[in-house]
Every structure is written in structure tokens, then in C-alpha cells.
Design a protein around this ligand. Structure first.
Ligand code: SF4
Ligand code: SF4
Length: 227
């Protein structure tokens, strides 16, 4: 169930969407291309290339996802799911040549790495655009382009893959260790509690999946980026 933000309400059915439009504008939400104004023929886009937009172009900028997002609610900097869906829409367009948009959504605090993957935006969208899916695709683009820096979110993604590749199951303790590096100390009290209650096991106590071979093949075939 979505809990839409009420903090920008002006009166019944009227909200102040200024922040929504500022963030929308920040991702260069238009085709940035050097197109010949008098072309000899059309700039054709193949059906496969058009499919890559994944219906992100159907966004009506209603703001429902933006105001359902818990990170937008607590952080003025976070661009939000609608801005990311717009960023994806133009990054995925073969005609677009913008060189800064991907860097703009790569910033900690405002960019895609601060999404907590709660899926509220997907649930709120009346056009079924699924912004969280577009955020995942932007993550892949950032890894593939080499723009993704080592930060807690990227290490979490890489640590998750390493753990699954090694054991076929998730090593929760190892994942936190890999993701947080120096910040691990603050988790020690919680980790000890989880350990005593059997919620996490030490690395040597992990039982590997019986389907490890199959899982490793799946990871191999679906991996799009090295980091
Ligand atoms: S999945 Fe990410 S962008 Fe979507 S509502 Fe949750 S935190 Fe916001
Ligand atoms: S809820 Fe859907 S249609 Fe509305 S702004 Fe978000 S992505 Fe666009």
C-alpha cells in the first residue's frame, strides 16, 4: 500500500510539484543529439532499439512515484524515481549523445545508489512504468560505462554476486563485511545478537547450495558488467 507524501499539499487535490520539476530538469530530459535538420532520409530506429526504452517514454510526469518514494520524503537531494525513469528513457535512446546525464545520476546522495529498492514507485505508477526496474538498468549502464565508483551500494551489488557465486546462498555477514569495509565496526553489536540467535553464520559455517553449478552458470550468463 502506498503512502503518498502530504508535506507538499496546498489544498485538496493541489500539491506543490516544484521539487519534482527541478529534479526532472536535472537529468536533461530530452533527446540530446546532433541531428541533421535537413536529412536526406528519416532517422530510423529499429523495433529492437525502440524496445530498449522499455516503455519509459510512456511516463506522464504525474509524480505519483516521486511522492510515494520514502527516500524523496526524507532527502531533499534524492532525484527520485520519475527523474531516473526519464534519465533511463534518454540514455537508452540510440540517437542520444548526452555525455553528462549518466554522471549526474551517479552521485551519492542524489543519484541512483541511494534507492533502497522498496518498490513503492512501481506500485504507485498508473502507467506501469516500473521506475525501480529503470534504476536497475541505470546501475548496469554505470557499471558497463566504468562510471560506477566503489561505494557502499556498488560494493553491496558486487558482494552479493560474489557470495552467490561462491556458495549459491547469501552470506549475510560476509556481505556486510564486503560492503562496508571500515564502517563494519558499528554493526558489531547487531551482528553479535544475530549470531547468538542463529540469524547469521560464520563464513566457515555456510552450507553451499546443492544447485551451486546451476547458479554459477546463471550468474555467468546474466552478468553484464565487470567491476
Ligand atoms: S524503489 Fe527506490 S526510487 Fe522506488 S520508491 Fe523505493 S527508494 Fe524510491
Ligand atoms: S508514476 Fe509513472 S507515469 Fe507518473 S511520474 Fe512516475 S513513472 Fe511517470
Amino acid at each position: 500500500m502506498n503512502h503518498l507524501s502530504k508535506k507538499r499539499a496546498i489544498k485538496d487535490m493541489i500539491i506543490d510539484k516544484a521539487d519534482f520539476w527541478e529534479k526532472h530538469e536535472a537529468v536533461t530530459p530530452y533527446l540530446d543529439a546532433e541531428l541533421d535538420e535537413n536529412p536526406a532520409s528519416e532517422n530510423l530506429v529499429t523495433p529492437v532499439e525502440a524496445d530498449a526504452l522499455d516503455e519509459a517514454d510512456l511516463c506522464i510526469q504525474c509524480g505519483a512515484c516521486h511522492y510515494a518514494c520514502p527516500v524523496v520524503e526524507i532527502s531533499d537531494d534524492f532525484m527520485g524515481p520519475a527523474a531516473f525513469a526519464a534519465a533511463y528513457r534518454f540514455e537508452a535512446d540510440v540517437r542520444d549523445g548526452n555525455e553528462s546525464r549518466l554522471t549526474d545520476v551517479n552521485q551519492m546522495g542524489s543519484g541512483v545508489w541511494d534507492c533502497v529498492k522498496c518498490f513503492e514507485c512501481a506500485e504507485a505508477c498508473p502507467k506501469e512504468i516500473n521506475p525501480i526496474e529503470k534504476i536497475g538498468k541505470l546501475h548496469n549502464m554505470l557499471f558497463q560505462s566504468g562510471k560506477a565508483d566503489s561505494n557502499i551500494a556498488t560494493r553491496h551489488a558486487v558482494g552479493f554476486e560474489k557470495s552467490m557465486k561462491k556458495n549459491g546462498v547469501l552470506d549475510e555477514g560476509g556481505l556486510v563485511l564486503y560492503s562496508e569495509l571500515a564502517g563494519i565496526v558499528k554493526h558489531v553489536p547487531v551482528a553479535l545478537k544475530m549470531f547468538t540467535k542463529g540469524k547469521i553464520v560464520p563464513p566457515w559455517g555456510i552450507t553451499k547450495s546443492q544447485n551451486l553449478d546451476e547458479i554459477q552458470k546463471l550468474i555467468q550468463s546474466s552478468s553484464t558488467a565487470k567491476f
